[in-house]
Design a protein around this ligand. Sequence first.
Ligand SMILES: [Zn+2]
Length: 196
Amino acid sequence: MSQHPKIAQFLARNKEFAKTYIPDVTTKGIIHKGEPFTVIVCCTDVRVHPQKFFGLKDGEAMIVPNAGGRVTDDVLRTLYTLDVMSDGGLGTVIVAQHTGCGMGKATEESLRAGMKARVPGKAKEIEAMWFGVFTKSYQDNIRDEMAKLKSDPYLGKGEGGLAVLGYLFDLEKGTAKEVEMGGGVGVGVGDGKEGD
Ligand SMILES: [Zn+2]
């Protein structure tokens, strides 16, 4: 049993939750049979709630978060797996990044330096690490990830193909602004700010 006070609180809340819990309609299978499903790749930031931004109902989309909301190898692994596991296949992927993202503020160097300070014995290994910080405007970062998904040789091979969409969540306004592939270039390199 966890002694951590925060976790004890989580578990106490879970006890309450379980009392009135009704299994979701999607619990029997991971997704609705036969229907193409939607995945939202987004940032792990605690302020980012695709469920709230898009008013999602249970089972409407799967959320795949990571630092920055990047299409990493592990995100692709997740997408391939889900695509094959389901009847309907993967129908839509939304890349949703957000304003004020920490990945737009850090640099690869600053993160490597932080890691080296913690684990000095692994400096060489850390030097080869990639953290995926933003080097372009949010819009252009999102476009890069969308392009990666669109050109992936293993995705979109099902009947209906694959729709790839991009959105920038504005954490000040609560808006989800669409980012189109053909949009203009964003603001300069390395600032992780809002572009066009
Ligand atoms: Zn973020």
